[in-house]
Design a protein around this ligand. Structure first.
Ligand code: KIV
Length: 245
């Protein structure tokens, strides 16, 4: 699984053979430049998701329910989900949390919409955690996570993201569930992996957490290309005879 937020990258990722595109609320960070995922709105998520859907022929598209669109009660969660499904054409939604959002998850699934869970470091709760460091290192939090994972499976979630938890815990949770776990900073024993596209492609040179493997250094390539373009225009080398009408 990889995140995407627009038509062009969704088309590339779909063509490359990715199984699942996540229209993550990380759009708040990487597309809009906010420090957290909290500011992004449901309307903005719908804009990103409908752009992604137009670029996809074959893979599953999952859309994050943004902060403030589902936590009040299960009716609000359902209404937000209906908007996403009707206005984007996406196939499933993802929301953060376990027991505390279980009723919402049950109602969304009962309405016929597949739900992906998200446990561990749940960025919408960053001000509760206070830091983006590894979660569930202590026994009490690990036990709650295991219980939440069970509850999500029982409620009918089709998969669960495990973010930034010890690899051993992720391995244990993965072995205990029949639905797939999808890890980010949760080690190699998850059934699948997810990365934010900007991180995987090295668009942002400063973000280098331990769990990240950068497959490209796009910030370098883009900077080099744009510098060359500026030079060519200033030198009156671009456009040349063949590049004009
Ligand atoms: O919003 C997002 O990109 C996510 C992934 C990090 C799992 O939730």
């Amino acid at each position: 699984m990889i995140t995407a937020y627009d038509f062009s990258f969704a088309r590339l990722f779909d063509g490359a053979g990715i199984d699942v595109i996540l229209v993550g609320d990380s759009a708040s960070n990487v597309m809009a430049g906010h420090e957290t995922t909290l500011p992004i709105t449901l309307d903005q998520m719908i804009y990103h998701a409908s752009s992604v859907i137009r670029g996809v022929d074959r893979c599953l598209v999952v859309v994050d329910l943004p902060f403030g669109s589902y936590q009040s009660n299960s009716k609000e969660a359902l209404i937000s989900t209906f908007r996403i499904m009707k206005e984007t054409g996406a196939h499933a939604v993802k929301l953060e949390g376990g027991e505390e959002v279980l009723e919402s998850i049950q109602r969304i699934i009962a309405a016929g919409v597949p739900v992906m869970g998200h446990l561990g470091l749940t960025p919408q709760s960053i001000y509760k955690f206070g830091t983006y460091t590894v979660r569930a290192k202590e026994e009490a939090e690990a036990e709650k996570l295991k219980k939440d994972a069970r509850l999500l499976e029982e409620a009918g979630c089709f998969a669960v993201v495990l973010e930034k938890i010890p690899a051993k815990l992720a391995e244990e949770v993965t072995a205990s569930l029949t639905i797939p776990t999808i890890g980010i900073g949760a080690g190699r024993h998850c059934d699948g992996q997810v990365l934010v596209m900007h991180d995987l492609l090295g668009i942002n040179s400063e973000f280098k957490p331990r769990f990240l493997r950068q497959y490209l250094k796009l910030h370098e390539e883009v900077t080099t290309a744009v510098k060359q373009y500026i030079k060519d225009v200033k030198d009156q080398d671009f456009p040349n005879e063949q590049e004009q009408y």
